[in-house]
Design a protein. Structure first.
Length: 76
């Protein structure tokens, strides 16, 4: 299967997506809700190693990134 198979064959409501993004861009997330949203977004980052050629060092780097996803190391 080609890497672009799902992207090429999954229907996307482009207008709906753009409208939703426009609405979300005008909103302001405050304090605890913002922290929750940031943690949620960071928890959805795919840190899996799928290549057969991954080195132990790359796996260690992925584990470190999973433990501290924000470069400043702050506890978002």
């Amino acid at each position: 299967m080609k890497p672009d198979f799902y992207r090429d064959h999954t229907p996307i409501d482009q207008i709906g997506v753009e409208e939703r993004v426009a609405r979300l861009k005008t909103r302001s997330i405050k304090k605890d809700a913002k922290k929750f949203a940031l943690r949620l977004a960071l928890s959805m980052v795919d840190l899996t190693t799928l290549e057969g050629m991954d080195t132990p060092n790359k796996v260690i780097q992925l584990c470190r990134k999973a433990a501290r996803p924000h470069s400043s190391g702050s506890n978002i």
